[in-house]
Ligand binder design. Structure first.
Ligand SMILES: [Zn+2]
Ligand SMILES: [Zn+2]
Length: 310
């Protein structure tokens, strides 16, 4: 069961010859979520072998060009490829006029429906779910309405230790109840405890996406304990004033958040064109949070399944 992030674009507002603007693909159990859609996103999807037609949900953090300019080309190409399935775009309300103008100008022949779900709210809320995973939105702190997204697997159903089925002569009904987490008191006084007889087959995995944002206190709660955190780091400590002015973060600030929130691994991106070498960001962040990785185009960050939970 795959759970992996591929970074397609690592630039901030100004693209460079080797950095595309923000775009990411999260693969959750072979379902592809596109997160932000900067210019050139469709070329990057092609380059790294992602099928456009496997994307049914797009999550846009905010309506700044470096996060949405790629949507025009991508939606047109989806139509040319014969898409008929509905496409769902989760984005703040001000994405509505962008989509309307796109459809008016270029989309009258589209054979598929585009549904814009306006993301709002001041606290995390579930905006999408399947049987095994869910997505929550949460507010960020930027110059325009901006949202982060938390993708996580739901708690899996517990498995039963096979040797205990025989030992306790469990009936099918008892097995089902124990797997659902219920303890069972038998007539002879024996208590069958679910957490002894069953186990979690795997620990649910999680990924949080935070771009663009200035640091703020509540963010720590929103991303607490995720396995993988993507956080923008447009600037370095030496340009912290510019970061504050433009409501962005430095590599050090991203690392500080990762440390305080106790995340597993930090990926940083959204780099300013003034710094050509992304290891400057990585080095600054690793001073605070050693498990930091500077994103690069086409890099893949896998969250492996971790053994049996309890
Ligand atoms: Zn941006
Ligand atoms: Zn922005």
């Amino acid at each position: 069961m795959i759970f992996s992030l591929t970074t397609l674009g690592t630039a901030s507002a100004l693209p460079t010859v080797d950095r595309f603007p923000s775009a990411h693909v999260l693969n959750v159990h072979e379902r592809l979520f596109l997160i932000d859609c900067g210019e050139g996103c469709q070329m990057q999807l092609r380059r790294y072998g992602f099928s456009f037609l496997k994307i049914n949900e797009i999550f846009i953090s905010h309506v700044h060009g470096d996060h949405v300019f790629g949507i025009y080309g991508l939606l047109s190409t989806m139509s040319l490829l014969g898409r008929s399935a509905d496409l769902f775009i989760y984005a703040p309300a001000d994405f509505g006029p962008v989509l309307d103008s796109l459809i008016q100008q270029f989309g009258t022949q589209f054979k598929y429906k585009i549904v814009h779900i306006a993301v709002s709210g001041r606290a995390p809320e579930v905006i999408f779910e399947t049987k095994s995973s869910e997505v929550l939105s949460f507010p960020l702190n930027h110059r325009t309405g901006c949202y982060g997204y938390l993708f996580r697997e739901k708690m899996p159903r517990r498995n039963i230790h096979k040797y205990l089925i025989e030992k306790h002569s469990l009936t099918l009904a008892e097995i089902a109840r124990l797997k659902d987490g219920e303890d069972i008191a038998r007539e002879d006084g024996e208590l069958l405890k679910s957490d002894v007889i069953t186990y979690l087959p795997y620990k649910p995995r999680s990924f949080a996406y935070c771009s663009d944002t200035a640091p703020f206190k509540k963010l720590r709660e929103y991303v607490e304990g995720v396995d993988l955190l993507y956080h923008e780091s447009t600037f370095l400590q030496e340009t912290e004033k510019v970061a504050a002015l433009t409501m962005h973060s430095t590599a050090g600030q991203a690392a500080q958040l990762a440390l305080e929130a106790g995340v597993g691994k930090l990926v940083i991106g959204h780099f300013s064109s003034r710094y050509k070498n992304s290891s400057l960001y990585e080095n600054e962040a690793r001073e605070i949070f050693p498990e930091t990785y500077a994103a690069r185009e086409g890099a893949r960050f896998e969250i492996p399944l971790s053994g049996h939970g309890s």
